[in-house]
Design a protein around this ligand. Structure first.
Ligand SMILES: CC(C)(COP(=O)(O)OP(=O)(O)OC[C@H]1O[C@@H](n2cnc3c(N)ncnc32)[C@H](O)[C@@H]1OP(=O)(O)O)[C@@H](O)C(=O)NCCC(=O)NCCS
Length: 215
């Protein structure tokens, strides 16, 4: 079946999307199993809270609003660093630049909400590296990332693994691992336009949160 780009809606999620949390979690788990990789596991409540806090992006297909893709935003180290995590696109909808659109939306929301934060991510996926590069991220050493222990806990430990490679991370004292680290430093992109336009109410919400220095 051919899916048309214009039939996908990519939006900042809210509490009305909580009904999608189960399918999102199942899709993430299923994909991690197929890839034989680990991914930081998240609870139902965690993703539902992200939606309520307007820190999640969801992609829906067609009039039936079928779940198509997702990612969420987390801030670390006292808001100095922001990561867009948990990116997933349903298999049949892949290679339609949907991940690009989801990441562009997450990027725009992150830039409005935390204008001074460095945006970063860890990935082993070509698609994600290509998207990050388009957004202005560059590869960096792990020492350039947040040192917030809570972030690294998402990879797990050899005793309690989340990712299959966490023994490598532990052995290197968090200096390197299988994933590539990528970073967007806002100081190097002053005055550049944002990749997508968000609805006025979302822009206002993000700017209010930034003005009040909210997490
Ligand atoms: C990674 C993933 C999100 C990509 O979704 P997608 O919607 O197919 O990606 P896009 O169509 O936006 O592709 C972005 C770019 O990557 C390329 N690409 C997509 N899939 C690719 C693949 N498997 N191998 C190599 N390149 C790929 C595309 O051609 C595109 O490049 P271009 O802009 O130069 O044309 C999807 O494959 C997925 O959900 N994988 C499982 C979960 C996962 O790995 N998440 C990321 C964790 S860091």
């Amino acid at each position: 079946m051919e899916y048309k780009d214009e039939d996908f809606k990519v939006i900042v999620a809210d509490s009305s999307h909580e009904k999608y949390v189960d399918i999102i979690l199942a899709t993430i788990t299923d994909s991690a199993k197929k890839r034989g990789s680990g991914i930081a596991s998240r609870t139902h409540e965690y993703l539902a809270t992200k939606m309520r806090e307007r820190k999640a992006i969801i992609a829906l297909y067609g009039e039936e609003e079928e779940f198509a893709g997702f990612c969420y935003i987390e801030s670390w180290g006292n808001k100095e660093y922001v990561a867009n995590s948990g990116l997933i696109v349903v298999e049949k909808f892949r290679k339609h630049h949907l991940a690009l659109r989801i990441k562009q939306t997450a990027f725009t929301l992150s830039r409005l909400r935390w204008p001074n934060a460095k945006l970063f991510g860890l990935t082993s996926q070509t698609a994600v590296m290509r998207i990050n590069t388009k957004l202005g991220y560059v590869p960096v050493a792990f020492s350039e990332l947040t040192q917030d222990d809570a972030y690294w806990a998402g990879c797990g430990t050899p005793e309690h693994p989340c990712c299959v490679n966490c023994d490598v991370l532990a052995r290197s004292n968090r200096k390197y691992c299988v994933c590539t680290a990528m970073l967007f430093d806002p100081k190097e992109h002053v005055g550049e336009p944002l990749p997508v336009q968000l609805p006025d109410d979302v822009v206002k919400m993000a700017q209010d949160a930034a003005a009040h220095n909210l997490r």
